[in-house]
Design a binder for this molecule. Structure first.
Ligand code: BJW
Ligand code: ZN
Length: 239
């Protein structure tokens, strides 16, 4: 912890990659942990375009349940600690999460790699709509064409938005400390940003309740709950 604090103290530009683990203590399920979403749902059924084309109602049931959970979820001490990290330094959060909790906590530079659960997009004409009701009546129809609306998130086999990728890339290689929090670091290209920073000689600090594929390259691995470790890392930072 002392070593991580020291790295943070010297850092003027911090880039943070977050995953579902940072929202776990807000009561939102992760994907790959025991009891996680991928134990109850087949990835191919609910997180691919093929699955949506096969059974859109199943996919909407999955996302409506997650919207319902996310609506009442509040940022936890981990989100708040990251939001408080910005005094005197530039902090960019690259999040794989679609729940909007970093913004709710007050982080002002958030790059949403996998989209946002509060937006919907037409599967035919790509029109994007925000602030739809939590329980969308099925089938949710586009206002501009006969297409069906889908969540505006990135499923497996889909490309991340090129502008989003460029922002993430720039933040990852121009920071002087890269934090990785609560992600299994298995999904590409999101996980690759930690490797890009490492390749540039930038120190990488990981916070996770267990080791991951990035644990071997990190300067410091802090094993434990993000809601406990991040506030401890940020306090006494002495800027
Ligand atoms: C705690 C904690 C606590 C718990 N405190 N810690 C290169 C090599 C191999 C494969 C590929 C490759 N490039 C592309 C691919 C294919 C694929 C991929 O990566 N597959 C791998 C899984 C093998 N990637 C893609 O398809 C991506 N698109 C793409 O690359 O396009 C180009 C292309 C297309 C086709 C072929 C090839 C290239 C798109 C990926 C989209 C992922 N989408 C999802 C759903 C988003 C919407 C939604 O939320 O519903 O994103 S899947 C899901 O996984 C979600 C997450 O954002 C993502 C990552 O999961 P995350 O956040 O890491 O969660 P978990 O559950 O895995 O981990 C939680 C962690 O927290 C654990 O480590 C816990 O220990 C920890 N934890 N509680 C601290 N309290
Ligand atoms: Zn449309």
């Amino acid at each position: 912890m002392d070593q991580a604090r020291q790295l943070l103290r010297g850092a003027r530009k911090v880039c943070v990659l977050t995953g579902a683990g940072i929202s776990a203590e807000s009561g939102l399920a992760t994907f790959r942990d025991s009891g996680g979403l991928w134990e109850k749902h087949r990835v191919e059924d609910v997180a691919t375009m093929e699955g949506f084309e096969r059974d859109p109602e199943l996919v909407w049931r999955f996302y409506n349940a997650r919207r319902k959970a996310a609506r009442t979820a509040e940022p936890n001490p981990a989100h708040l600690a990251l939001a408080g990290l910005g005094a005197g330094r530039k902090v960019t959060v690259l999040t794989q999460n679609v729940d909007g909790l970093h913004q709710k906590a007050g982080s002002d530079d958030v790059v949403e790699l996998h989209g946002n659960i509060w937006r919907v997009r037409c599967s035919q004409c790509a029109a994007v709509y925000a602030d739809r009701p939590v329980e969308l009546p099925f089938p949710p129809r586009c206002e501009r064409c006969p297409g069906m609306l889908r969540p505006d998130v990135v499923w497996f086999g889909e490309l991340l938005d090129p502008r989003t990728l460029a922002l993430a890339e720039e933040a990852a290689v121009s920071c002087d400390l890269f934090l990785v929090v609560g992600t299994s670091a298995q999904v590409q290209p999101a996980a690759s940003f930690a490797f890009r920073a490492y390749d540039r000689g930038i120190p990488v600090v990981e916070v996770n309740k267990e080791p991951t594929p990035v644990s071997n390259l990190v300067a410091v691995s802090l094993i434990g709950l993000a809601g406990t470790i991040l506030p401890a890392l940020v306090e006494n930072r002495g800027n």
